[in-house]
Design a binder for this molecule. Structure first.
Ligand code: C5P
Length: 458
């Protein structure tokens, strides 16, 4: 059913774009950038003229100001949450939405060509959807399979470093055609990009007792194991280790975890997706996804798109952006630890960042805080920042042990205090008026309290 509908949609699309231009609008994260690049490549192949805009959010303002004449309007990695607002433009021109976010006001899709895996009880990234769609346009687009996987990884579909469901089938397709190599290895981020001792120091999941957070202990552990950390060419990275060395390191990590009787001490391995034929810096799908996120969120999505399309002349610029991204995240985490930005509600945490963090970075920051051990208690976290338009952008995340639908909660709250909301159950966002800051904190804290109490009773 799903594949048949995608094929039907691709055929309709082919007819629609005949002799016309496409205006493509996509999201600024790794999933949005890879989705846009996949469509761009497909359009180039079909000889269709297009322009592209990468945005941080599909706001009402943006929709209202869209100028279209005869172009086909196409949205990737956004749109399903704004179908009612897109319906107006769909009266003037053809609109195509390829998205995977929660669907709002489905009834009002009108003549919008809309595909979303949720309509089929499936869940996967927009990059996987656009990839399947593009393959129906032209089977040659199978060569974008690596981008499909990078987007899926950027969207954290490989929970605990294992790709599941439909995305796994696409991964296996990538392996079959020789574009991707799939191996099992140590679940340490930065196989290609970080000096090994740094990769160990920065590893919090898996947590390595006495090593996580300590560069000197990481260096000492490697010395004790007889694993050199430098060669004449510079710092060694995980990818430079021999199999024997990686095995030795894995055993040592397990031993450290057993010393603290950590649950699942052996749970330190995961899948590594290597993209054959990409330059070393973006050969690891996870590192590629992080780099794209950095480009997009710092306001340079074009650099990410160019990397996806194989223009590596921008690699140094992308690496500099990555450095800047890391530096800024470090700075923001420091603010949360040391300054007065953290509001501890009874039922939720609020990162009240005011104008100290750009609205493009609050989502990533809130995700990092949620998966780290910076805050003592496991509670939902709401990152809040002021935007240039005098609003507050909110990023909401919930830790794994709590069951809450954040999108529903935010949608209900904005009904009360005004604004826009959307996203997923466990990662959602909203935009509210600046004057509503305190009301928001109060309402959310009590609402979550009520919901959790109900759940405890039920
Ligand atoms: O920006 P952030 O990463 O926090 O967004 C989390 C999710 O919520 C994303 O899927 C985003 O598209 C969605 N969102 C939304 N409407 C907003 C803000 C975020 O649909 N106003």
């Amino acid at each position: 059913m799903f594949l048949e509908d995608v094929e039907k949609c691709a055929n309709e699309f082919r007819n629609l774009v005949e002799g016309r231009k496409v205006k493509l609008i996509s999201h600024h994260d790794a999933d949005g950038i890879t989705s846009a690049a996949i469509i761009a490549k497909a359009l180039l192949r079909c000889g269709v003229d297009f322009e592209m805009k990468i945005v941080k959010q599909l706001t009402s303002n943006l929709i209202q100001n869209l100028k279209v004449e005869d172009e086909v309007l196409m949205f990737t990695d956004l749109g399903s949450g704004q179908l009612d607002r897109l319906a107006d433009i769909a009266r003037k021109t053809d609109v195509v939405v390829l998205d995977h976010h929660e669907i709002v006001n489905f009834k009002e899709t009108g003549n919008i060509l809309h595909l979303n895996p949720r309509m089929y009880g499936m869940y996967f990234s927009a990059s996987i959807l656009t990839y399947v769609f593009s393959k129906f346009l032209d089977p040659k687009n199978v060569d974008c399979v690596d981008l499909a996987i990078v987007g899926a990884v950027g969207d954290e579909q490989d929970e605990k470093w294992e790709m599941k469901g439909f995305a796994r089938e696409i991964l296996e397709e990538g392996v079959r055609i020789g574009k991707i190599s799939l191996q099992k290895g140590l679940r340490l981020y930065g196989r290609y990009s970080r000096p090994l001792h740094k990769a160990l120091e920065y590893s919090f999941d898996p947590f390595i007792p006495s090593i996580s957070g300590s560069e000197s202990n990481a260096v000492q552990l490697l010395a004790e194991l007889g694993i050199p950390i430098r060669t004449e060419e510079g710092w060694r990275r995980l990818k430079d280790l021999t199999e024997e060395e990686e095995r030795k390191l894995a055993t040592a990590i397990i031993v450290e975890r057993l010393k603290l009787s950590l649950e699942n001490a052996h749970d330190i391995f995961g899948e590594i997706y290597t993209i054959i034929e990409r330059p070393e810096r973006i050969r690891d799908a996870r590192e590629f996804a992080t780099l794209l996120n950095a480009c997009g969120r710092l306001g340079f999505p074009d650099i990410g798109i160019r990397l996806c399309l194989g223009d590596y002349s921008v690699m140094t610029t992308a690496e500099n952006l990555m450095e800047e991204y890391r530096r800024r995240i470090g700075e923001y985490l420091e603010m949360i630890r040391e300054e007065n930005c953290l509001r501890k509600g009874e039922n939720a945490y609020f990162l009240m960042m005011k104008d100290r963090v750009p609205d493009t970075m609050i989502g990533t920051l809130t995700s990092i805080v949620t998966s780290s051990n910076i805050l003592e208690e496991k509670k939902p976290i709401f990152g809040m920042v002021y935007t240039e338009e005098n609003k507050i952008k909110i990023s909401a995340r919930v830790p794994p042990n709590i069951d809450l639908n954040l999108r529903d909660i935010l949608c209900k709250v904005v009904e009360k205090i005004g604004g826009e909301a959307g996203g997923h159950e466990r990662a959602a966002g909203a935009l509210i008026d600046k004057s509503m800051e305190e009301d928001f904190v109060y309402i959310i804290d009590s609402k979550i309290g009520e919901l959790l109490a109900k759940e405890r009773k039920g």
